[in-house]
Design a protein around this ligand. Structure first.
Ligand SMILES: Nc1ncnc2c1ncn2[C@@H]1O[C@H](COP(=O)(O)OP(=O)(O)OP(=O)(O)O)[C@@H](O)[C@H]1O
Ligand SMILES: [Mg+2]
Length: 403
């Protein structure tokens, strides 16, 4: 039996606002009452929707999420209620809809504010009558489905503007759970940050870095327009990009306060060399931030090869993720795809070996000095099967070369 007090499993936060969310969630989970989850983007509405299902007697039944924003007008009815064979040109088979699929469980109508007015009318009928009729059919099918809806829009304002039906609004918000924005529960920020850092550090197979008091203060001051999702993404980047055991405030600045770390922050008492170094650091950081931490994309935008970007960052004494780990991640991807490459070294040159595919492998690079060597399977004149690129120089060799 789950604890009746404190956070719900998998949901982080001990602030009074979240305690209230846990209290209402536990209280209504057992019932079949329709719940409307509101709150800004990234505040955890989907997490609570799943918790409502998992804490309910329907937990063993299905949980079906429908993104109402992704349903086109023509698809909506058939997607939600199903169709019978021949109902329309492409209806080759009879199909059950999402409401039927959620029978005995929960249907989560996400982004409900995006539903068209005609979609709203059809949904209202189902909620009132508790039956669906498949498109092209006439037989009413009884459904026993608990309804949870979510939106980050102001539905009450949409009702006033006649963009959302008032009768559907009242039917949906039997119980409303308002998810508090992260900036209004500052005590949860560090708790969440440390939780995500531990989680992503484990995935990156490294020791979780700790936050300095100044870094914690900075996190607490941020406005968090993207709420928990923004914090999670930031911690993911740090877990991969920061190299040290501690994360200090300067490592947060470029991501969460781009304005403060403006390139104009170069002061007049710097030497030309200092100003140039400062500019380069900021410029590289901005590109890594804009590429969501993807070093290959950042390097592409900067017009340099990824290995050169790493070398430049070493030169500027910027924190970089472990390149061997990066390679490990690449290797994981290959293994996942059924390949296990052994990286060719300079010595192996054109006869570099790649396990996973039967050889022979041929190096198709135009120059031996190209740091991105292209390898092709079946290079003995038989039709090419696969071409892909791997770094040619080892990490140490690359460090010897100049940008
Ligand atoms: N309290 C929390 N504890 C742990 N993780 C959380 C918490 N709140 C949100 N998250 C995580 O943050 C991310 C965003 O949460 P979620 O998708 O539930 O937000 P949402 O309110 O549905 O956002 P949107 O309106 O953009 O759909 C998810 O990865 C989720 O797991
Ligand atoms: Mg959501």
């Amino acid at each position: 039996m789950a604890s009746e007090e404190g956070p719900i499993s998998g949901i982080i936060g001990t602030s009074p606002q979240m305690q209230e969310v846990y209290r209402i969630t536990r209280k209504v989970a057992a019932s079949t009452a329709t719940v409307l989850l509101t709150g800004e983007t990234g505040t955890g509405k989907e997490l609570i929707a799943r918790a409502l299902h998992e804490l309910s007697p329907r937990a063993t039944g299905p949980f079906v999420r429908v993104n109402c924003g992704a349903l086109s007008e023509s698809l909506l009815e058939s997607e939600l209620f199903g169709h019978i064979k021949g109902a329309f040109t492409s209806a080759f088979e009879t199909r059950t809809g999402r409401f039927e699929a959620a029978h005995g469980g929960t249907i989560f109508l996400d982004e409900i504010g995006d539903l068209s007015l005609s979609g709203q009318a059809k949904l209202l009928r189902v909620l009132e009558e508790k039956v669906v009729v498949r498109v092209g059919g006439s037989l009413p099918i009884a459904i026993d489905t608990r309804v949870i809806a979510a939106t980050n829009q102001d539905l009450a304002a949409m009702v006033s503007a006649r963009r959302f039906r008032e009768d559907l609004y009242f039917r949906l918000n039997v119980v409303t759970v308002e998810m508090p924005p992260l900036r209004e529960r500052v005590d949860d920020i560090v708790l969440l940050a440390e939780h995500f850092l531990h989680d992503f550090a484990a995935r990156a197979r490294r020791k979780p870095p700790s936050l300095t008091p100044a870094a914690m203060k900075r996190l607490r001051q941020h406005h968090w327009p993207g709420n928990v999702r923004e914090l999670r993404n930031l911690m993911e980047r740090l877990a991969y990009l920061s190299a040290g055991d501690v994360i200090d405030v300067d490592e947060l600045a470029f991501i969460i306060s781009p304005r403060k770390e403006d390139l104009t922050a170069i002061s007049m008492d710097m030497t030309l060399a200092e100003a140039t170094r400062h500019f380069q650091i900021e410029y590289i950081r901005k590109h890594i931030g804009a590429a969501d931490g993807n070093m290959t994309d950042a390097a592409k935008q900067l017009g340099v090869h990824r290995s050169n970007l790493y070398r430049k960052m070493h030169q500027l004494e910027m924190p970089v993720g472990d390149e061997d780990e990066e390679q490990d991640r690449d290797r994981d991807e290959w293994t996942w795809a059924g390949l296990a490459p052994t990286w060719p070294s300079r010595e192996e040159g054109h006869s570099g070996c790649m396990s996973g595919f039967a050889g022979p492998w041929t190096n198709r690079s135009t120059s031996r000095d190209d740091p991105q060597q292209k390898w092709q399977a079946g290079g003995d004149g038989s039709p090419a099967q696969v071409t892909f690129s791997v770094p040619f120089f080892s990490r140490h060799e690359r460090q010897d070369r100049q940008v």
